[in-house]
Design a protein around this ligand. Structure first.
Ligand SMILES: [Zn+2]
Length: 257
């Protein structure tokens, strides 16, 4: 079975710099049969974006998005440097960890800049207590996507427990893509996992990617548990193939240079 993982981070607990963590991740992917992976740099991690950005050029199976805080004065410059001088292939936004709302004017500005530079954007959308207190709302993600309607926007974690709302917004906003990372298994044993599978079926599997959220979740174990859930909720082989591989393969062909 072919698998592309559209949500990975580096393991900060490894001893050494980003090169060591990248090697470990790359080996783990090969071992578990994950052919390609989207690595999300985090500006809250100790790995420096310059080092990581240089080293990413050496991995054929890993492509990385640079995490930038749109509230930084030089956010646009950082992005331009990341994608033109370093090896980043896209922009990662983290409203929850960096403390802003997804439709803030600065976020829209940076999202547009990514489009002008020819790279896609991924934005975190898992409403934990912090983001709910910050005013998380699914409509913010829809408005962000609509602010630059030709720019691809991957909404990570499918909106968490707001998955059905996110699905309804995504049906109206064609440049939104989704990934099921973390949410599907975090809410296992609750009704929300069934809702995620319902959303996959309702969207005919279109524009939805698999992701593990490694190292929070192990690559092999996550894949195994995900397939168990898909089986339990009778997801067809056709939809499973789209989510695990086909959609991501097409997205990479279309948008990753
Ligand atoms: Zn993540």
């Amino acid at each position: 079975m072919k698998v592309i993982d559209m949500h990975l981070h580096l393991d900060e607990t490894v001893r050494g710099e980003s090169k060591v963590a990248l090697d470990i991740l790359s080996r783990e992917m090969i071992k578990e049969g994950v052919s390609k992976g989207l690595l999300l740099h985090l500006n809250t991690q100790r790995f420096h974006f310059e080092d990581l950005g240089r080293e990413l050029g050496q991995y054929k199976n890993i492509f990385g998005f640079i995490n930038i805080n749109p509230m930084d004065k030089d956010a646009g410059f950082q992005l331009e440097r990341g994608v033109t001088k370093l090896n980043y292939k896209g922009l990662k936004l983290h409203p929850r960890l960096n403390g802003y709302r997804a439709d803030h004017p600065n976020v829209k500005k940076l999202f547009k800049k990514a489009y002008e530079l020819g790279v896609p954007t991924l934005v975190d959308a898992f409403p934990d207590g912090d983001s709910l207190l910050l005013g998380f709302d699914v409509s913010q993600y829809g408005r962000l996507a609509l602010s630059c309607p030709d720019a691809p926007l991957i909404v990570a974690h499918f909106g968490g427990h707001r998955v059905i709302d996110m699905m309804l917004v995504a049906k109206r906003v064609p440049n939104i893509y989704l990934n099921i990372s973390y949410t599907l298994l975090y809410y296992r044993d609750s009704s929300i996992t069934g809702d995620v599978v319902y959303a996959i079926k309702s969207m005919k599997g279109e524009r939805i990617f698999y992701g593990s959220d490694y190292p929070d979740r192990e690559l092999g174990k996550t894949l195994e548990l995900t397939l168990d859930v898909f089986d339990k909720f009778n997801l067809t082989d056709d939809l499973i193939e789209k989510v695990l591989y086909k959609n991501a393969e097409k997205f990479i062909t279309d948008f990753i240079k």
